[in-house]
Every structure is written in structure tokens, then in C-alpha cells.
Write a protein that binds this ligand. Structure first.
Ligand code: AMP
Ligand code: MG
Length: 338
């Protein structure tokens, strides 16, 4: 299949909207990561997403909208706390899970009776959804298991020949996916930490509990609430080892491990730390910067031929929980506490 590379000009976005309307697949930028979109009202179109990504069919897609009124079109009932999130945080990097309407095909929700809904803040994403004329089902636009794409190049690398078009909208500003909040139970539950922090939620009066699986791997016989939790995720070809603790202890431990390491090693380093005999990529000096650089750095280590990556992790404030969740998954739980 030939994959068109489109710009963010209105006429190109309209062309992409028509592709989605006709049942095709278009990758597009959002503020979090690039999404791989298809009509959320077509089971056949949604199935093409799973095939293009190699995604397991039990991992549901997020339905993207461009007007708040569209939420009532795909969901049964909107509880009061969900309404607050819609009013105060949308558009933005947050996804809400609500009971679904029958119009949303099982192929989109992987057979669940709930649906995930997101209103992205990125203008190109909004224009595309508007041009498509339907809500747009979209997971991240990477091959299943790979780090999520935060630059058009990442999507081009993974998806060329597999989808109809890619809109090149530059780099994503947030860099980790949306915060997913489940509103189908008695209390709101955060199923995935992301671009909206727990403090952001507290500030608008929403008290949410954090699902225990956020930092643990799910055992094979357990049914997770968010099916995506169960899979190894965000993983480069290199082995990833997270070194977590106070800054000085983390740096000392990595130096010790580098001395013993025979393979080509990389360090994902905060605060401009210096290491000998390693490929060093910067994770910035705050968790917000770490979030923006993380997925891109994991891909870059592979391009540079790195076999093992030591990733520093020091603080959990702000975007810290979102970063830690992605690091733990990329490392498959391979974490050294110092
Ligand atoms: P992705 O955008 O590739 O990160 O994938 C979407 C994420 O949303 C996956 O982790 C899914 O498991 C999760 N998700 C989508 N719909 C639902 C739902 N109805 N209930 C729980 N999790 C969902
Ligand atoms: Mg994904």
C-alpha cells in the first residue's frame, strides 16, 4: 500500500478526513503522541487498525472527538465527576471511560460495554476529526509493543506501507499518552497516568484512586481493567534497566554498572550527568521534559546500536508517575532501587 505523507494545510487535512470517512487509516499528531485514526463507527475500519499495528484484538481503542456534544452520541450516561473533567480539562490530554452506546462497534471497544473518549487539544487533530465527519478511533501510531511515536519520523518508520496517510505535524508537546480515568464504577479510577496529573485533578475537585496495576506487571491469569496494562509496552530493542532513587545514589550505581558492562551501553540521564564509556541521551531536568523526550530517546538508542539502556529515575512529582509507568513497562519490570 502506498502511504501519503501530508502537511497540516487545510486542504491536506480535508483529504485525510475523506480517507477516514471512506474507511481508511490516517496517522495524525496530537499533543500527547501520534494517533492512528479510523472511523469509530465502522467495525471494518477499526479492524484495520489492529492489523496495521499488530495490536492484540482485546486491547480497545480511544474514541477521539472534536466537540463536547459528540460525547453524548457515543456514551450512555455522564456522571457528575466526569462532567467536571469534561468542563474543565477538555480539550486536553485526558481520556474518560464511560458506558458505551450501541452505535460504537465491539471492534472499537474490544467487546467491552464501556468506551474511552478523548478530545485532543492539538488543532490539526481537531480539524481532522471535524473533516472526517465521525468520531475517530485511534490508539498510538506505533507498531504494537514499540515506544509510542512523538515525531512524524517515528510514524513513518513504523507505518509506511501499512496505512493510507500520515499527517506530519511536527513534534508532540506532551510526549506521553493521555491520563485515562474510568468513571464506570463508584469512584473515578486512574487506569493510566499521563498528561493530566493527579494534582490537576485535585485542583478541580476530582478525587481519583490510582489503579494498582499502574506500576506493577499484571499476572497472566489476572484480568486488568485497562486491557493495555497486560502487554509489554514502549520497549526498544535494547534491554532497559531503570535505576531509581536519590540522584547521587542513582548516578553512582550507574557508574558501577557501566564498569562491569561488556555491551554497548546507553544512559538516559537527567540533570546533564556525565558518564564514561556510554552513549548519553538527555532526559532534561524535570519530569515534564523527561516525558517529552522519553519515547524518542528509546528509539534513538536503537538507532545508535545501544544494547543496554540504564534509565535514571529520581522524583515522582508532576509528570513523574507518568514517566515512571512508561519506564517500568519499557523495562519489563527490570528496576534497581538504590
Ligand atoms: P493507546 O492509545 O495505544 O495507548 O491505547 C489506548 C489505551 O486505552 C489502552 O491502554 C486501552 O487498554 C485503554 N482503553 C481503551 N478503551 C478502554 C475501555 N473501554 N476501558 C478501559 N481501558 C480502555
Ligand atoms: Mg499505545
Amino acid at each position: 500500500m502506498e502511504t501519503l505523507i501530508l502537511t497540516t494545510d487545510d486542504n491536506e487535512i480535508n483529504k485525510a478526513g475523506k480517507i477516514i470517512m471512506d474507511g481508511g487509516l490516517v496517522a495524525f499528531p496530537t499533543e500527547t503522541v501520534y494517533g492512528l485514526g479510523a472511523s469509530a463507527l465502522s467495525a471494518d475500519a477499526a479492524k484495520k487498525i489492529y492489523a496495521a499495528k499488530g495490536r492484540p484484538s482485546d486491547n480497545p481503542l480511544i474514541v477521539h472527538i472534536c466537540k463536547k456534544e459528540q460525547i453524548a452520541g457515543v456514551t450512555e450516561e455522564i456522571p457528575e465527576t466526569a462532567r467536571i473533567v469534561i468542563d474543565k480539562l477538555m480539550p486536553g490530554p485526558v481520556t474518560i471511560i464511560l458506558k458505551k452506546k450501541a452505535i460504537v462497534p465491539d471492534a472499537v471497544t474490544a467487546g467491552l460495554d464501556s468506551v474511552a473518549v478523548r478530545f485532543p487539544a492539538n488543532k490539526t487533530a481537531q480539524k481532522l476529526i471535524n473533516a472526517a465527519g465521525v468520531p475517530v478511533a485511534a490508539p498510538s501510531a506505533n507498531l504494537s509493543g514499540k515506544p509510542s511515536p512523538t515525531k512524524a519520523k517515528h510514524v513513518i518508520d513504523d507505518m509506511t506501507g501499512r496505512i493510507d496517510a500520515i499527517i506530519n505535524g511536527g513534534d508532540c508537546t506532551v510526549g506521553v499518552e493521555s491520563t485515562i480515568i474510568d468513571f464506570t464504577g463508584d469512584v473515578p479510577v486512574i487506569l493510566r497516568p499521563g498528561g493530566i496529573t493527579i494534582d490537576d485533578l485535585k485542583a478541580i475537585g476530582v478525587d481519583a484512586v490510582i489503579d494498582k496495576n499502574i506500576l506493577q506487571s499484571v499476572s497472566a491469569d489476572e484480568v486488568p481493567k485497562c486491557p493495555g496494562m497486560k502487554y509489554k509496552h514502549y520497549a526498544p530493542n535494547a534491554e532497559v534497566i531503570v535505576i531509581e532513587g536519590k540522584k547521587a545514589a542513582v548516578q553512582e550505581k550507574i557508574k558501577e554498572l557501566l564498569m562491569k558492562e561488556g555491551r554497548i551501553a546507553g544512559v538516559l540521564a537527567m540533570y546533564g550527568a556525565e558518564y564514561d564509556n556510554a552513549v548519553i541521551l538527555s532526559a532534561g531536568s524535570s519530569n515534564k521534559e523527561y516525558a517529552k523526550k522519553l519515547f524518542s530517546a528509546l528509539r534513538e538508542f536503537d538507532e545508535l546500536g545501544v544494547a543496554v539502556v540504564f534509565a535514571e529515575f529520581c522524583e515522582e512529582d508532576g509528570y513523574g508517575l507518568a514517566v515512571k509507568n512508561r519506564l517500568y513497562k519499557a523495562a519489563g519490570g527490570n528496576v534497581v532501587h538504590v
